[in-house]
Design a protein around this ligand. Sequence first.
Ligand code: B12
Ligand SMILES: *[C@@H]1O[C@H](CO)[C@@H](O)[C@H](O)[C@H]1NC(C)=O
Ligand SMILES: *[C@@H]1O[C@H](CO)[C@@H](O)[C@H](O)[C@H]1NC(C)=O
Ligand SMILES: *[C@@H]1O[C@H](CO)[C@@H](O)[C@H](O)[C@H]1NC(C)=O
Length: 452
Amino acid sequence: MFQIVTVFQISLLLSCSLVSSAYPACDGGSADAALESLIDDHVDRLMELRLPSWGWVNTPGAVLGIQLSKMQSLFGLDRTLETMAQEMKDELDSTNLGKIAHYAMATKASCQNPRNFSGVDIIDRIWKRMRFQFRYEKMSQRIPHDRWYRYGLAVQALCVCGEELTRYHIVRMARGQNDDGSWGDTHSVDDTNQVLLAIRCIQTQKTVVNRPYIRRLLRNSTIKAISFLESSVNADGDDVWIGNKYSTPGALLALQDISDFAECNMAAGSMSNGLAPDERIGAISQRLPAMRGRSVLTLKDPEWTCVTPDPIPDGYVPNYDPEPSLECDDLLPGAIPPPGVTWIDVRLSVQKTLGANINDSFDLTLLVENVNEGNTLLQAMAQARCLGQFQFETVITSFGPSVRSVDGLQADTMNRQYWSLVDAGTEKSLPLGAGRYQPSDEQHILFKLSTW
Ligand code: B12
Ligand SMILES: *[C@@H]1O[C@H](CO)[C@@H](O)[C@H](O)[C@H]1NC(C)=O
Ligand SMILES: *[C@@H]1O[C@H](CO)[C@@H](O)[C@H](O)[C@H]1NC(C)=O
Ligand SMILES: *[C@@H]1O[C@H](CO)[C@@H](O)[C@H](O)[C@H]1NC(C)=O
């Protein structure tokens, strides 16, 4: 039933969209004036979200996003690259494979040498980590240590920097594909996007092109991946997404030039519909290249060149503070709601046992009363904290604050634990993080310790 409705809604949209324009991610053309100005808005927002260090919460992620979409706008690039080099050296041993891949691609995109970026051979660091991707915890494994999204980024980074992937890594990637054509489970559209783009890149390599078996293997994999992504197209009100709003940019780039699906322009149109005021650098820097229709595969082009960035605008000082303001004075309700404000009640529960069933008992449950309607989940959590009823900690990430510890229990990220945010009524995972999700009246939200 659900699928029939979805297809019906999509065809309705199709018939109304005759006047809509074509998008670069779908037809390879260039951006029209409206899209160009939206790209500018995205870059401007990134400049507002720049930290006093001239970097970002994820510096290479933001640099890569701008370099691929509007290179000349990256004013202050020299200072950013200095910061990026320092941040890279500081976290080289502790961060994940995907972040190191971001460093390599941001360096390449800025026409620096990834083999010697401020003395560091980033490519060598990626190769070293590739060695144990399918061998850890003393066993041979099907799922890479850093998971598919980051593995895909690493293969892309090696490939666009001219490295030849080995047969071992290629075969492992193809064999890790699920029967439905996807990779991963928790965020499978996002994972599939990155692996598909990685496969597309290595399909141009000599080692692959010369070996019929590998060539066929990857061709088969690609066909299944395309069909999984096309079957993930869905209508959401007036919008069309591949997966959801935040997996659509990656999917459009992964499918670019290899798939000619009817809803491409609609998905690209939905994606190019604006910039939500509370979107963070993660979402913005992933959307930029997709609006321009230029994936990291373009970095492989021997003609890739850099331009001198615009001068730093007069009076520009990067000064973004990523810590959310959660003052009790602003959050604790008075005796009656202020004019124009409606109060809602939100229930919060916690399950600390890994693998617990949603119907099992909770370790903690509480009702947060008199939350301003429209406040975020994080504000509701902080309101309960101000009353001494709830404890939690967050860490700042490129998608905003991420819940790291709840009721005194910290997720063990080294062992891939995390606090998943679940609607206890529908049992569905929340589509947005605590810093952006706005609970509704009587909604019951569960913090469930999980692994990925
Ligand atoms: C891997 C991944 C995860 C891993 C993160 C592992 C880790 N801590 O290192 C796990 C499985 C834990 C995870 C959890 C969640 N995720 Co997630 N995740 C991803 C994914 C697929 C790739 C991120 C990555 O590795 N990037 C590469 C590195 C190099 O870049 P980075 O900037 O350093 O990435 C960091 C952030 O992405 C952060 N992160 C990942 N997910 C989320 C979600 C939120 C809300 C926040 C604040 C941060 C965050 O973890 C990365 C490392 O620190 C992205 C997909 C995408 N398109 O970006 C989704 C994505 C970022 N996740 C998303 C969501 C919704 C969630 C959850 C809220 C799901 C839920 N209901 O529980 C939870 C977060 C709950 C919490 N405790 O706050 C959405 C965010 C949408 C939005 N605009 O808010 C995305 C875009 C997926 C999607 N298409 O919907 N995620
Ligand atoms: C890396 O580059 C610096 C100059 O930027 C140079 O002095 C150094 O010798 C190079 N290192 C290697 C290993 O090539
Ligand atoms: C590719 O798919 C075809 C048809 O499904 C199959 O016969 C063949 O064995 C596959 N090749 C490889 C290398 O997986
Ligand atoms: C939880 O209980 C409800 C109704 O009691 C049931 O419909 C649902 O399938 C259960 N969920 C799980 C995961 O067992």
